[in-house]
Design a protein around this ligand. Structure first.
Ligand code: IDP
Length: 154
């Protein structure tokens, strides 16, 4: 049997606020992925900074951390064959301007600073990110729970 793989996918705050969790989950299910874990949480600055640690030197890093902590996110583990690569293909290019129609970013987003969804870029990143969001220390990084949802949805 071929090797099953897991990847980390996250609907970012703008995707949650726009009510796109269902549409995004549907696309992963239709493709053939199996949902292994799902959780709504509002993350703190420390976790956002660790998650995007390799982008720390980028000029948009501050904006990116503010974006990620601006409201609840939907963190998910999706499982299947070539899960990392299949998820990246489904999500589309980083900049929605370049993301093909039919991809999630191609169909639901307009701007790189609000591209609504994240997917791990390698098996190593997936393992690291799953650990960050679902591992033993994940609970230490909740900035809010349902309180975060209430705020974001007014
Ligand atoms: P990826 O999300 O497709 O893996 P990365 O290059 O790892 O792309 O960038 C991480 C995230 O940083 C992007 O999804 C996007 O939210 C944000 N980002 C990337 N480039 C820019 C930019 O030029 N301006 C603002 N945000 C950016």
């Amino acid at each position: 049997m071929q090797q099953q793989e897991q990847t980390f996918v996250m609907v970012k705050p703008d995707g949650v606020l726009r009510g796109l969790i269902g549409a995004i989950v549907s696309r992963f299910e239709q493709k053939g992925f199996k949902l292994a874990a799902i959780e709504i949480l509002t993350i703190d600055r420390a976790l956002a900074e660790r998650h995007y640690g390799e982008l720390r030197a980028k000029p948009f890093f501050g904006e990116l951390v503010a974006y990620l902590t601006s409201g609840p996110v939907c963190a998910m583990i999706w499982q299947g064959l070539h899960a990392v690569e299949n998820a990246r293909a489904l999500i589309g290019k980083t900049n929605p301007v370049e993301a093909a129609p039919g991809t999630i970013r191609g169909d639901f987003a307009m701007d790189i600073a609000g591209n609504i969804v994240h997917g791990s870029d390698s098996a190593a990143s997936a393992e690291r990110e799953i650990g960050l969001f679902f591992g033993r220390t994940a609970d230490d990084h909740r900035a809010g729970w349902l309180a975060g949802l209430d705020e974001a949805h007014g």
